[in-house]
Ligand binder design. Structure first.
Ligand SMILES: C[S@@+](CC[C@H](N)C(=O)[O-])C[C@H]1O[C@@H](n2cnc3c(N)ncnc32)[C@H](O)[C@@H]1O
Length: 207
């Protein structure tokens, strides 16, 4: 997608302005019980069975953070948008979860390490994704995993990151990498989609 001069990137988007209506999309707010169940089921299959420490990078309004917390995990969410962080804090009030305003490229978590770095629809918006993935990998414990949900959206002009590019970037830094195609699962999106949507689970050492 272009604005006539340059390709649209995440840096062009005003996420604070988007925050109040962000959850109106079915896959964002997960308000429809069927959509919510579909995401909960996928997430359960991507996360460890045992209660784990999950870093939700670019957490937005915290919809996936909430599912992870409901599944018994401890969540740290990071987002650069103060409006998104405020909504995530409200959504997970009373849960075992903390939300920090900060850059996805270098989440402000100090020496803390995690079992999972969970990222949905954020990597595509960041410059130099290869460097960012190496940094996220360094935030993992030795048996940790990256759970990355991305895609290429739109049929005319396109934004996003294709699965083969992402798996190529992961190859030198991960053990086993599992790609799961998500476009055919209407329940996840609340409608039929014909663009590329997928999840990648990448273990540091292999499962
Ligand atoms: C498409 S939304 C996805 C939100 C959430 N992960 C979800 O799936 O519902 C992208 C989010 O990434 C955040 N974001 C974009 N660039 C960022 C950056 N450099 N650092 C931190 N957050 C960023 C935005 O503020 C926004 O909340």
């Amino acid at each position: 997608m272009t604005n006539g001069e340059h390709a649209i990137t995440g840096a062009d988007l005003d996420w604070d302005a988007a925050a109040p209506t962000f959850d109106d999309e079915p896959d964002h707010g997960l308000r429809d019980p069927e959509v919510r169940r579909a995401w909960a089921s996928r997430l359960r299959s991507w996360l460890p069975e045992r209660p784990s420490d999950v870093l939700d990078v670019g957490c937005g309004t915290g919809s996936l953070s909430l599912l992870a917390a409901e599944q018994g995990h401890r969540v740290t969410g990071v987002d650069r948008s103060p409006a998104m962080v405020a909504l995530a804090r409200a959504k997970l009030a009373g849960r075992d979860a903390v939300f920090l305003a900060g850059d996805a490229v270098a989440p402000p978590v100090g020496e803390e390490r995690f079992d999972v770095v969970l990222v949905r629809h954020v990597l595509w918006a960041l410059p130099d994704p290869g460097r960012v993935l190496r940094h996220w990998r360094a935030l993992l414990r030795p048996d940790g995993r990256l759970v990355l949900i991305e895609g290429v959206w739109g049929t005319a002009g396109q934004v996003g990151i294709p699965a083969d590019r992402l798996t190529g970037l992961l190859a030198p830094i991960a053990g086993q990498v599992r790609l799961e195609r998500l476009s055919d699962d209407e329940l996840l999106w609340g409608k039929a989609v014909d663009d590329e949507r997928y999840a990648v689970v990448a273990w540091v050492q292999g499962p």
